[in-house]
Structure formats: structure tokens, C-alpha cells
Design a protein around this ligand. Structure first.
Ligand code: HEM
Length: 475
């Protein structure tokens, strides 16, 4: 007679094998996109990570697209995943958010963001909060309220730069300060800097396994999240007591008539800090890196900004008309977004069995709409893997979101910060190139995992342009 544990083991094994066979036969009937699920459990995760940790991750996608076509099946981060390198399919995925697909973030990110964050919201509430967020960041708000502070805070930061600068770190500091100002009207001081230090720990936790028992980074992130949330709650509580409302995002949330409880407001603010932080600061850094490596583009950009500077007092605040006259700068911003692909694509989960291009994506499967694969495909962009800002001259592609160019996503989750990010980048480039000349302090490599970044945070040696001019005259 078999013992009870042996019986349990046998029964569990038989039922697992039975379920696996059942699933396999269902998948066979469904006609899944072609591809390989790789090794058991880890699938093709290691191949993906090693490709994205290099300067040239493209072969990971290229090989599979050549073999299986632009929609293929893989198995990454513990789940079978349908990968789309096809712009029409990507558009279908983005547009059907909430109907056929829903956004899906790893456990670590969801826990740290908080359940009321816009990134995690679903359905009608998401729709309402998305449009509310858009109303805080649209062109007229930027033009009439935010521009002045963006320009002022960027200048304030640049005033302190000398000699060796870790550009990625400085860009992050600027982006954080700008978001805090837009959210709750605080100028940078000790309080904002200590908030930033805690907040950086939260971000670090995004890219670890969400198991407090095994990961010190994750434990630290959870603690930091609590501290940041407490600090923000305190601000919200104080604000509720003030009689006069302020002209910032917090003021708008409190006055909106939705009667949001404190916890929801805090989650919302935390998500806003997260969403624009790494993204905008990395693009600031990479725009400078790509320009440094493309001297002709650098010269043309400098000329554009020197002309704007010549029109008025260099220390006077920039105006909306100045921003609107930065035509070549927009080409540089578009091209940096295309080549760098800070958000290389988005994960979604199929809410039902979905038929697409002759294949079926089974209900519950993950889908990855790869923007990077489309942006770097020579079928859609000539010499796609070269930084060429001139391709955007007389090109309306950037103005029509949802086509092949989607650095800000699309559909109901289109990035609400798309215009704000452009303005911040343009003003930063203006102030940076008109004030400084620079050279890279060391060679630095671009990598793409866990996020797009340069390995050494792009150290540069800066010199004030007045000083460099003086040096030339002195010789
Ligand atoms: C270069 C800078 C930026 C890039 C490349 C970028 C890109 C994106 C992308 C691709 C998405 C869509 C994610 C999805 O579909 O799941 C997104 C969403 C979002 N972005 Fe941005 N973003 C940038 C800057 C900003 C800024 C400055 C803000 C601040 C206002 C912001 C706020 C958000 C928010 C709140 C979402 C979530 C929208 C939702 O789920 O409904 N982003 N961003």
C-alpha cells in the first residue's frame, strides 16, 4: 500500500500533467502566434536580459521577427507573452485598452505605486482621472502657468554647474524639482531634497523581485514608500485647512468636486512623480549625448538657440513664442525619443481570447506592444538605427500620435505628460547650449535593462560659454 504522502504526490503530478496537456491541446486549437517558449519557467528571459544589457539589443527582436514574423510568442518574466513588432497590431492593442486588453505591471511596481495610481486604475475611474491629468498638463496650462517655473528652476540648477557634472543625476534632480513645483508649489529646499532621497529608494524597488524576505532593496523601497506617502499626506492635510486654494495640481484635485480621500490624492501624486522622472531626465541626458556625437546637429541647434538668445536679454524669462520658434529643437527631441525609446513598449493582458492577423492571443496572456521594434525598423524609418534629426524636418508624423511613431503610447493611456516633457526638454536644451560648452569626461555606454540609461550616468566637463570665449580672446 502506498503511503498518504506518496498518494498526494502521485495525484498532484497526474493532475498537473493532465492540466498541462489540456492547455497544450487548447493552445494548438487556438493557433498561437509562432515562436518559442524557451526553457521551462525562465523561458527566454535570460536571452532578453543579456541583449538589453548591451548597447545593441536589436538582434533579440530581429532574429525572432525574421524567423516568425512581426507577431511572435515568447516566454519572459515568468509568463508566455505575445510580442508585437507590428505598428498596426500595436495600435490595435493601445486603442482597445479596457475593452480587449488591460494594462499589466509587475507586482513590485504595483505595490510601490499604490492602488489609486493612474497607471493602475481601470475602467470609468481611469477615464475620468486620465482626462483630469490631461487638464493639468495641456498646452494652455504650460503656457500660462508652468513655463515660467520650468525656465526659472532649470536656470537655478544650471547656475550651480561647474567642471565635472553627472548629467543623468542633475537631470533627475531638475525633473523632480519641476514635478514637486507643479504638484504642490514648493520650491527646492531641504525638505524637497530629503523627499527626493526617499523617493529614489522607492524607484530602486521597481526593478527587484517583490519579496521583502529575499530582497533588501525591496524592503528598503517599501519603507521609503511609507515615508514618502506620510510626507505627502501631511501636505494634503495642511492644504485642506488653508482657506485660499493654490494654483497647482494638488489645488485642482482638492477643488475638483470629486472629494478624493487623502490616500487617493497621495497615490496620484506619487504616480505623477514616478511617471515623468526617469523618462524626461533620461531623454534630457541622451539628447545631449546624441548631439555630442553628431556635431553637425549640435551646430545647428546652437545656432537656433543663439538666435533666440540674441533677440532678448539672456537672463530674461523665455516666452511661449520662444518655445514655438525652436523648430530644429523639436526635430532633435523627436529623434532622441525615437532612437532612445525610454519606454520601449507596453505590457498588456488579454481580457478574452483575441483574434489578430490570423492568430489567437489566449485570454489571460501577456502581450508586449514593442515601440522600439517599430521605431528602429528600416521599413518605417529610413536608416532607422542612425540618429538623424533632419528626418523630422517637414514631417508631420510626430504630430499624429498613434501612427508608427508612438514614444508616448496612445489610446486611453496616452501619456498625459507628452507636451510637458517636450517643453521641459526644449527649455533645458536652450539654457544648456547657450550657457555651456562641454565634452564627455569619460566614455560611457548606453544600456537598456532594467531601464534605458548610460552606465556611468554620462559624466561631462562643462565650461561656461562666456569663459570659453574669454579664453579664446586671451590667447
Ligand atoms: C520623455 C518623457 C516621457 C515619455 C517618453 C513618456 C512615455 C509614456 C508612455 C509610453 C506612457 C504609456 C504607458 C502605457 O500605455 O501603459 C506614459 C504614461 C504616463 N505618463 Fe508619460 N512619458 C514621459 C513623460 C511624462 C511626464 C513629464 C509626465 C507627467 C505629467 C508623465 C505622466 C504619465 C502618466 C501619469 C502616465 C499614465 C497614463 C495612464 O496610465 O493613463 N509622463 N508615458
Amino acid at each position: 500500500m502506498a503511503s498518504l504522502p506518496t498518494l498526494i504526490f502521485l495525484l498532484t503530478t497526474i493532475s498537473t500533467v493532465f492540466l498541462l496537456l489540456l492547455r497544450k491541446s487548447r493552445y494548438r486549437r487556438l493557433r498561437l502566434p509562432p515562436g518559442s517558449l524557451g526553457f521551462p519557467l525562465i523561458g527566454e528571459t535570460l536571452q532578453l536580459i543579456s541583449a538589453y544589457k548591451s548597447e545593441n539589443p536589436e538582434p533579440f527582436i530581429d532574429r525572432r521577427v525574421n524567423r516568425y514574423g512581426p507577431i511572435f510568442t515568447t516566454h519572459v518574466f515568468g509568463e508566455p507573452t505575445v510580442f508585437s513588432a507590428d505598428p498596426v497590431t500595436n495600435r490595435f492593442i493601445l486603442q482597445n485598452e479596457g475593452r480587449l486588453f488591460e494594462s499589466s505591471y509587475p507586482g513590485s511596481i504595483s505595490n510601490l505605486l499604490g492602488k489609486h495610481s493612474l497607471l493602475l486604475m481601470k475602467g470609468g475611474l481611469h477615464k475620468r482621472m486620465h482626462s483630469l491629468t490631461m487638464s493639468f498638463t495641456n498646452s494652455s496650462i504650460i503656457k500660462n502657468h508652468l513655463l515660467l517655473d520650468i525656465d526659472r528652476l532649470i536656470r537655478l540648477n544650471l547656475d550651480a554647474w561647474s567642471d565635472r557634472v553627472l548629467l543623468m543625476e542633475e537631470a533627475k534632480k531638475i525633473t523632480f524639482e519641476l514635478t514637486v513645483k507643479q504638484l504642490m508649489s514648493f520650491d527646492p529646499d531641504e525638505w524637497t531634497e530629503s523627499l527626493r532621497k526617499e523617493y529614489v529608494l522607492v524607484i530602486e524597488g521597481f526593478f527587484t523581485l517583490p519579496f521583502p524576505l529575499f530582497s533588501t532593496t525591496y524592503r528598503r523601497a517599501i519603507k521609503a514608500r511609507t515615508k514618502v506617502a506620510e510626507a505627502l499626506s501631511e501636505i494634503v492635510r495642511k492644504r485642506r485647512k488653508e482657506s485660499e486654494s493654490k494654483n497647482d495640481m494638488l489645488g485642482a484635485l482638492l477643488a475638483s468636486g470629486d472629494h478624493f480621500p487623502n490616500e487617493e490624492i497621495v497615490d496620484f501624486m506619487l504616480a505623477m512623480l514616478v511617471a515623468g522622472y526617469e523618462t524626461t531626465s533620461t531623454i534630457m541626458t541622451l539628447a545631449v549625448k546624441f548631439l555630442t556625437e553628431t556635431p553637425q546637429a549640435m551646430a545647428q541647434l546652437k545656432e537656433e538657440h543663439d538666435q533666440i538668445r540674441a533677440r532678448s536679454d539672456p537672463e530674461a524669462a523665455l516666452e511661449w513664442a520662444d518655445y514655438k520658434s525652436m523648430a530644429f529643437t523639436q526635430c532633435v527631441v523627436n529623434e532622441t525619443l525615437r532612437v532612445a525609446n525610454i519606454i520601449s513598449g507596453v505590457f498588456r493582458r488579454a481580457m478574452t481570447d483575441i483574434d489578430i492577423k490570423g492568430y489567437t492571443i489566449p485570454k489571460g496572456w501577456k502581450v508586449f506592444a514593442s515601440f522600439r521594434a517599430v521605431h528602429l525598423n528600416p521599413e518605417h524609418f529610413k536608416d532607422a538605427r542612425t540618429f538623424n534629426p533632419w528626418r523630422w524636418q517637414n514631417n508631420s508624423e510626430a504630430a499624429s500620435p498613434g501612427n508608427v511613431y508612438t514614444p508616448f503610447g496612445g489610446g486611453p493611456r496616452l501619456c498625459p505628460g507628452y507636451e510637458l516633457a517636450r517643453v521641459v526638454l526644449s527649455i533645458f536644451l536652450h539654457r544648456f547650449v547657450t550657457r555651456f560648452s562641454w565634452v564627455p569626461a569619460e566614455e560611457d555606454k548606453l544600456v537598456f535593462f532594467p531601464t534605458t540609461r548610460t552606465q556611468k550616468r554620462y559624466p561631462i566637463l562643462v565650461k561656461r560659454r562666456e569663459e570659453s570665449r574669454q579664453c579664446i580672446y586671451e590667447k
